[in-house]
Design a protein around this ligand. Structure first.
Ligand code: SAM
Length: 271
């Protein structure tokens, strides 16, 4: 693991795994399964699995599959292992590492799933090259990412929206969705598709409910030092937090955030 090449996970806190589990419930991740092509007896990698919610869901829905959850953070994997053991899942293991240099042989997987991870990876091309290398011919990759540059605030508040995107761009590479199709193509995948859905955690009509607020407040709390850096001072950060959460708390506002599912296939010819 080369520390210098790893973008800091700016949302990390001691509560992050509980938050990821809550976020997975709000997101309704069982609906993500429709975007996956899972052959019988498949070998599947959840690249950047965090608390392991999707890896566990796939393992429980497909008992004949072998699922590996993979993440940079060993603490998150301990959490994921504990829940998987409590759920009695025998077909799932977890491994620590960096998706920019996967510790798996060529053509190991029928499917690689990766949600909300490439935002935090400094060398996305390397991760895509590793996905391509470790997916068997005919296997597929599905990358799920919220499309933050497309967030709608209704009623419009252009200043708040601009600051929100500036802050998020400072925390993660949120504009990756606008460059990813050609990057996936250049990595050697074929039959590309992009499908779109609404991201439920951030599609909020009327006052934000307590679960969504708690999840978002936990991540924004974790990010406080970085947001102060992005906005130039703690005062500017606090002013932004008040304005943003104030907007979300209002009964007469709505936010809509798309989530995109990028899919590609490793060519059979191996070209
Ligand atoms: C926002 S969380 C998403 C977790 C999970 N995919 C989900 O949807 O709940 C991002 C995860 O990516 C992991 N991560 C970030 N950079 C990584 C890298 N270079 N290699 C492996 N995992 C990484 C973080 O540790 C974190 O668990």
């Amino acid at each position: 693991m080369v520390e210098a090449t790893i973008r800091h996970y700016t949302l990390h806190s001691e509560h992050e795994c509980d938050r990821l589990e809550l976020q997975a419930r709000i997101a309704g991740i069982e609906d993500h399964i429709q975007y996956l092509r899972i052959p019988g007896g498949a070998n599947i990698l959840d690249a950047g699995c965090g608390s392991g919610s999707m890896a566990r869901l796939i393992a429980s829905r497909h008992p004949d599959a072998t699922v590996t959850g993979f993440d940079l953070n060993g603490g998150y994997l301990d959490y994921a292992r504990r829940i998987a053991a409590n759920e009695g899942l025998a077909n799932i293991t977890f491994r620590e590492g960096d998706i920019q240099a996967l510790s798996f042989a060529d053509a190991s997987f029928d499917l690689i799933w990766s949600k909300h991870v490439l935002f935090f990876v400094p060398r996305i091309e390397d991760a895509l090259r590793e996905f391509r290398r470790t997916i068997r011919p005919g296997g597929s990759v599905v990358i799920a990412l919220e499309h933050w540059p497309g967030i709608v605030l209704d009623p419009q508040d252009p200043e708040l929206r601009k600051t929100l995107l500036q802050v998020l761009e400072g925390l993660a590479d949120i504009s990756i969705t606008t460059r990813l199709v050609t990057m996936v193509m250049q990595a050697g995948f074929v039959d590309l598709s992009v499908r779109m859905d609404t991201s439920r955690p951030y599609t909020i009509i009327g006052s934000i409910d307590s679960d969504r607020r708690s999840s978002h407040a936990t991540e924004m709390d974790a990010a406080r030092p970085y947001v102060a850096q992005v906005l130039g001072s703690e005062a500017a950060r606090d002013e932004f937090y008040d304005a943003w959460f104030g907007y979300l708390d209002r009964a007469d506002t709505c936010t809509v955030l798309p989530i995109w599912f990028f899919q590609g296939t490793a060519p059979i010819s191996g070209k």
